[in-house]
Design a protein around this ligand. Structure first.
Ligand code: PHE
Length: 345
């Protein structure tokens, strides 16, 4: 019996020495020390032996088991360290290599690019950027902007009303009032944002974007408006641009104008120009001098029309982008077809 134990111990020791991986070593452990292995079985059946043999056999078998467990433990530690080293070398990543395949980084939406370009121009001219609510009261959207009670834009065929009688703002102009309530003159601000109208065709979408501008100071004139928008037009459409003012009407400006920029597409190829339809001018925005009736709504905030004047303007970002990039149908800006969007910027 003792001979058999020693034979098993020798076999197991040799197997432990030969194992080169932790997996192989675990197999050796199961083979010699597992539930069904001979040595543990032998230990369990020591009580079946004649009493005079039990002591010696039990002692020897126990020693063998402990020695083998210790040998396996030691060898496991060594193998684990070796395997970890090997894995670290095999898994090493060279972070300086290019991605495989290199991923395209995408780009900003053309409307975001255009909004940022517009903001940059006016920031450069000393304007600040404000934002305002898209759900607006009738007071700010119409009343305080001098709209007559019967003005057609108030109708439900033109404007989205909420259940509470508020509106989805139809323009960014209500922010003229909110800005003047909040900040005393002199005031130079632009307000980009979403606006909503019941309108839908190739050049109108029910939701679109505007940038409002408001400058209030002493001695502001229509010439300041023209000079500011000439600078703007040249920054966006090219240094050769001219602007012209055409008379128009808005309830909250007097006088009111529409601003045209000279066509940047004409004479490119000698054929009749598709963009300006041969007129040489492109309408880009509405503007005017702030109506004294509007200042009356904010008189208590330091806006006395006897003391200060102002100009205001409002432009559609979609329209600016469509003109600049020649986009025939602005609805394509909202359908997320990357074949369209990839073409800009
Ligand atoms: N709010 C006007 C519009 O949406 C544009 C505008 C703004 C006109 C400021 C004059 C002054 O059509």
């Amino acid at each position: 019996m003792i001979d058999r134990i020693e034979e098993l111990e020798r076999q197991a020791t040799a197997a432990i020495d030969e194992a080169t991986t932790t997996v192989a070593l675990e197999q050796v452990r199961v083979q010699f020390l597992g539930r069904k292995a001979e040595l543990p079985n032998l230990l369990r059946s020591v009580s079946d032996l004649p009493p005079q043999e039990r002591g010696a056999v039990g002692k020897r078998a126990n020693e063998a088991r402990k020695a083998l467990e210790a040998a396996i433990g030691e060898r496991v530690a060594g193998l684990e360290a070796t395997e970890l080293d090997a894995r670290l070398i095999a898994d090493r990543i060279d972070v300086t290599l290019p991605g495989d395949p290199p991923q395209p980084v995408g780009r900003l939406h053309v409307l975001t690019q255009t909004r940022r370009e517009i903001e940059d121009v006016f920031l450069g001219l000393g304007f600040s950027v404000l934002e305002g609510p898209e759900v607006e009261t009738v007071h700010y959207n119409f009343d305080a902007l001098n709209h007559a009670p019967t003005h057609p834009a108030r109708g439900r065929t033109d404007t989205f009303y909420t259940g509470d009688g508020d509106v989805l703002r139809t323009h960014t102009s209500p922010m003229q009032i909110r800005a003047m309530e909040q900040y005393p003159p002199p005031l130079y601000v632009i307000i980009p944002g979403r606006v909503y109208r019941r309108d839908s065709d190739a050049t109108h979408t029910p939701q679109f974007h505007q940038v409002e501008g408001l400058a209030v100071d002493k001695d502001i004139t229509l010439a300041d408006l023209k000079g500011t928008l000439l600078d703007f037009s040249r920054a966006i459409f090219g240094a050769e641009r001219e602007v012209r003012l055409r008379p128009h009407f808005f309830p909250f400006t007097e006088p009111s104008v529409e601003i045209d920029v000279s066509c940047f597409n004409c004479k490119r190829n000698g054929e009749p120009c598709q963009v300006c339809k041969g007129t040489g001018w492109l309408e880009i925005l509405g503007a005017g001098m702030v109506d004294p009736n509007v200042f009356a709504y904010v008189a208590e905030h330091g806006y006395d029309p006897e003391e200060i004047q102002g100009f205001a303007f409002g432009m559609g970002i979609e329209r600016i982008a469509a003109l600049k990039y020649g986009i025939p149908d602005i609805r394509t800006l909202y359908t997320n077809d990357v074949r369209v969007l990839e073409q800009f910027g």
